[in-house]
Design a protein around this ligand. Structure first.
Ligand code: SF4
Ligand code: SF4
Length: 466
């Protein structure tokens, strides 16, 4: 029998050697003897007898079972397609496509928008909302826990409907012995003490779209007259964090070429305002927009991410919570051994529903005729869904087949791919170096925590990665 190296990414954590095994998405610590075998195979193929003389038969078997080494006759099995009727878990309900802000980078209204809302309702009504809840309940058979995320436009512009949906969905779920939970994303401009009290009473999770300090935030998050929204939301956000006692409040930051101060933004949102967690995402846009982040900008963002991740590691080794959610989300995926057939749950365990009741792969495709997958009254069109999922499957993305980061990336966001390449199934090749660099950073952190405070990793067994 002749052996070669398996497919893996090698990394160090706290001075120890690890392998991230691509076929299984497992993480394997190399001891001295196993490292000798890997070092030998880095020089070229070797026979079992030669390797056994180096390390012993048991070590060869263990490395083989972990896929760290493979026989030369071995082949990589393609990932299977998910079943056609994959049970739904999350419904993102766009209560309205209207917004009281005019953020210039917004994917719903900006130059890269995919929505075609003309002639469709601007606000969802209760009949459509009820049909959406019924659709979620019937399409999630087999799952005990399901989730509704309220979205917009600006979600709170249709707050009366949100309350009706919470009552209706809670009653329907209870009748069926199911557990349902709710969350929403808001720009925070319309928060009032009464709304905050309601959200706290009903245990509704809240994510606030906020881009940092007044200076960063007001660059793009403006009202129609161009006035920044920071001064309006700052006291409301403080009240939300102070008075919503039942769920942690998270911030979601959109980075642009003009707002890339990750460290300053994190410090402001976490320490000045008091958010529990802060997550960052670069703006989704075609490359020729002024606010698009170019390659040099991405390098700077990655560098700052790494510095903040280093701080995260210090906290983790002391057993303390750090609020940089981009690290927590990736650690959760690594810890759970996630190996994705698709980059996210869009069109699979998650769908978006627009004010008209049209079903879309996720909230970002809502109101788009091109991406419509069905309607809540008649269900999903299986052929359209299969087409979307087939193109988005990792097996279709040949560029990704030699990439070690594919278990966690799987080609990246379908919406971003559409905006950049005109095809939801196109891999987001403009981010590859960034994704691999960031995944490597998180692997090193994972390895260091595994070596020095392994109990901390248990926190990630249940966490649902974003
Ligand atoms: S998009 Fe790039 S980083 Fe992601 S899996 Fe494909 S090749 Fe790898
Ligand atoms: S990653 Fe992209 S396609 Fe997936 S749910 Fe998020 S926005 Fe939608």
């Amino acid at each position: 029998m002749t052996y070669r190296l398996g497919e893996f990414h090698a990394f160090d954590g706290a001075g120890r050697k690890f392998l991230y095994l691509v076929p299984s998405a497992g993480i394997f610590e190399l001891d001295e003897v196993s490292a000798t075998v890997v070092a030998r195979l880095e020089q070229g193929e070797a026979t079992r007898a030669e390797l056994a003389a180096l390390a012993g038969e048991d070590v060869i078997d263990e490395l083989y079972q972990a896929h760290a080494i493979a026989t030369t006759e071995g082949f990589v099995e393609p990932l299977e397609q998910p079943p056609a009727e994959f049970p739904l878990q999350t419904l993102v309900m766009n209560l309205t496509n209207q917004c009281n802000l005019s953020c210039q980078y917004c994917y719903e209204f900006g130059e890269d928008k995919v929505a075609t809302p003309e002639g469709k309702p601007k606000f969802m009504n209760f009949e459509t909302a009820k049909a959406s809840v019924d659709y979620l309940l019937t399409s999630s058979a087999g799952r005990r826990a399901i989730h509704i995320t309220f979205f917009g436009g600006e979600t709170l512009m249709n707050f009366p409907l949100l309350k009706q949906v919470v009552d209706y969905a809670s009653a329907q779920a209870a009748e069926r012995g199911r557990y349902i939970d709710f969350s929403l994303t808001t720009n925070a401009t319309l928060l009032t003490p009464a709304i905050i009290e309601y959200l706290s009473d009903k245990r509704i999770g809240v994510t606030v779209s906020i881009d940092g300090s007044k200076e960063s935030h007001d660059k793009f998050r403006v009202f129609a007259n161009g006035r920044g929204s920071y001064d309006i939301i700052e006291p409301k956000v403080r009240a939300l964090i102070r008075d919503h006692r039942t769920r942690p409040i998270t911030a979601r930051v959109t980075m642009t070429s003009q707002a890339m101060d990750v460290l300053g933004t994190y410090r402001h949102l976490k320490h000045d305002l008091g958010f529990h967690e802060v997550g960052f995402a670069p703006v989704t846009t075609s490359p020729n927009r002024l606010y698009s982040i170019n390659e040099r900008g991405l390098d700077s963002v990655l560098d700052q991410f790494r510095r903040l991740a280093g701080e995260y590691l210090d906290y983790a080794l002391r057993g303390e919570h750090h609020g940089f959610s981009n690290v927590s989300d990736t650690l959760a995926e690594l810890h759970q051994g996630v190996s994705k057939s698709h980059p996210c749950g869009a069109g699979l365990g998650l769908v978006g529903v627009g004010p008209s009741g049209d079903i879309a792969p996720c909230h970002r495709f809502v109101d788009s005729d091109t991406h419509r997958l069905g309607h809540v009254s008649s269900g999903i069109d299986r052929a359209r869904q299969a087409d979307f999922l087939g193109r988005g499957h990792i097996n279709s993305k040949t560029d990704c087949h030699v990439c070690w980061a594919r278990p966690v990336c799987a080609g990246g966001c379908h919406h971003e791919a559409y905006v950049r390449y005109g095809d939801t199934g196109h891999p987001n090749l403009h981010y590859c170096e960034w994704i691999r660099g960031w995944t490597d950073t998180c692997l090193r952190i994972y390895g260091a925590i595994a070596a020095q405070n392994p109990g901390f990793l248990e926190l990630f067994s249940e966490r649902k990665a974003a």
